[in-house]
Structure formats: C-alpha cells, structure tokens
Write a protein that binds this ligand. Structure first.
Ligand code: SF4
Ligand code: ZN
Ligand code: ZN
Length: 300
C-alpha cells in the first residue's frame, strides 16, 4: 500500500476520499480538514480565546492538540462528572495529556461542588444523560463567561453529528434539527458561541490520528452510555456507509449547507428573545430560574 502523494509506505486508506496516505500526509490531510471547517463556518479568529471542552476521550484530546499546534490560544476545560472510576481515570488522562503537551486547563469538579451526575439524576428523577447535558452546558457557558473566553469548542465529529441528525429526523424533532449547525452563535453576553471544528472528520479518522500521534486517551466509554440510542443510529449509518461510501458526509454536510442560510436567519431571530438573569445564579437564561438552578435546587 503506497501513499498517493509521496509513494512512501501508506498507513491508512481513506475510503470516502479513495486515497491511501502515509503518516505525514495523513496528518496534513487531517489538519487541513480542521482548518477548512474553521474557515468555512467562520468558527473563530486568530486572536480569539478558545475554551476546549475535554473529556479525556480521543475526539476532545485530538481537537485540543490540533488547535494548539495550529497556534490558537486554547485552554482545556474538564468537568469531573463524579461517575466513579470512569471520571477518575478520564481526569488523569486529561491532566497527563496537558502536562505532556504543555497545555493550559481548568477543572470543574462536580463531586466537590456537591453535584455528581448519578446523585443529581436520582434526586431529580431525570435520566443521567439529560442531567449531564444540562450541567455540562451550564459550566461551558459559566466558565467561558467567568474567564472571558470568546468561544467554546467541542470535539463532536461527523459520526456524532450525522447520527444525531438521523435520530432527529426519525423523530421529527424540528426544534433540535434547527440547532444542528457546526456553529451556534452567542446569545446575550454570557451564552458564548459554540463550535465543532472536527465535523469534517469521522470517528475512525480521529482514532487513527490519535493512534499515529500517540494521543493517550481513555478507551472506556462512560458506563452510563450503555443502551444509548445514538449508538444504534451510528451503527445504522456505518452499515449504509459500508455499501455506499460517502453517505455519512453527504448526509450531514449537505444538510448544513442547504439549510444554513435559513437556520442562521432563525438563530439570529432567536437572539431577539429577551434573556433574563437567573434569579439564583445570575447567569443569562430564557427563564426566571435557569435550567441548571432548577435542577440542583428544589425549584422545579
Ligand atoms: Fe454524560 Fe455519560 Fe451520558 Fe455522556 S454517556 S451524557 S458522559 S452521563
Ligand atoms: Zn506520503
Ligand atoms: Zn441559575
């Protein structure tokens, strides 16, 4: 197997692009895809302060590394979710990775704050992942606001977004469908812009990049993800991709392209809705009490 560019030894075959590449040219391809997404969707500028949400998994660690190598001003944010051994292991991965690569980071510890996800889920009688989503969203905004970041970046990849799109279409979740852009604009002063620079890359490509570049990430999945429907949609899309190469990319990126103007227009409209300051924590919210404070206090 020879690299299409230099004819050296190829280490990877990219089916959807119909090319084989050596490590050096795969890395170049990979970084180009990230740069392309940043430019195409105007995610951030050189001078922006970027908060990268890191979980210890391959996607977020790779994103953190690539953005820092590209010279962006990045800081990682790790939220210790308080999910037993999994959280401890992933925290260690993040800290070791940051130290090895000389990266700045911030840790939010839900155990110390008294809000570990399993406990919050029991108390609120809401599914763990739904509680986790609310808490993570809250701290992404809060930390970004408190430390004056311009933008929040997450490691969502093409598989994540395509499977989410499939799930939302299958259930006709119109409201969520409208939020499936790689960029969500800031709202008010406190709810920061959110971006997904890895949306042009598949899970497999990211795993290959991590392997080839010795990114030491946590292999275990979150134990609470067992039975998640998103995994079913991912499997379904992989099955189609096996037979019809390029479907995943076409499905998601064409959706974004065709509907971007309309969606952007709608998102702009949304910023006209008046934001209030949460009566409990002061963060901006569309309600008198924000969804995080409703979750952790008795005001439900
Ligand atoms: Fe949170 Fe785990 Fe659910 Fe992911 S799978 S949303 S980390 S609880
Ligand atoms: Zn090569
Ligand atoms: Zn609040």
């Amino acid at each position: 197997m020879k690299c299409k560019i230099c004819k050296g030894k190829a280490v990877i075959k990219l089916k959807r692009h119909n090319i084989k590449l050596c490590k050096e040219h795969f890395n170049e391809f990979f970084i180009r895809q990230v740069e392309k997404a940043i430019k195409e969707f105007r995610m951030f500028r050189r001078k922006d302060k970027i908060l990268v949400c890191v979980s210890g998994g391959k996607d977020s660690l790779v994103l953190w590394l690539v953005l820092s190598k590209l010279g962006y001003n990045v800081t990682g944010m790790y939220i210790n979710l308080g999910i037993d051994e999994y959280s401890e292991k992933s925290k260690t991965k993040v800290i070791n990775f940051a130290e090895k690569n000389n990266l700045k980071y911030i840790i939010v510890d839900l155990n110390e704050l008294g809000y570990p996800i399993p406990e919050l889920s029991k108390k609120s009688r809401r599914p763990e992942c739904s509680v986790c989503g609310t808490v993570k969203r809250y701290y992404f905004n809060k930390i970004a606001y408190d430390y004056d970041f311009d933008v929040v970046a997450t490691g969502h990849n093409l598989d994540d977004e395509a499977s989410r799109l499939l799930g939302n279409i299958l259930h006709w979740n119109d409201e969520y469908l409208e939020k499936q852009l790689p960029v969500l604009p800031a709202e008010g002063k406190m709810l920061k812009k959110k971006v997904k620079p890895l949306i042009r890359l598949t899970e497999q490509e990211i795993a290959s990049f991590a392997f080839l570049n010795k990114v030491d990430y946590i292999l275990d999945e979150c134990p609470l993800s067992v039975g998640a429907t998103s995994l079913v949609y991912k499997d379904a899309l992989n099955l189609i991709e096996e037979k019809i190469v390029g479907t995943k990319q076409f499905f998601y990126l064409q959706y974004v392209k065709k509907l971007m103007n309309r969606l952007e227009h709608k998102n702009n409209e949304k910023s006209d809705i008046e934001l209030k300051n949460c009566k409990i924590c002061g963060m901006e919210s569309f309600h008198d009490v924000c969804s995080f404070c409703r979750l952790v206090s008795d005001e439900r």
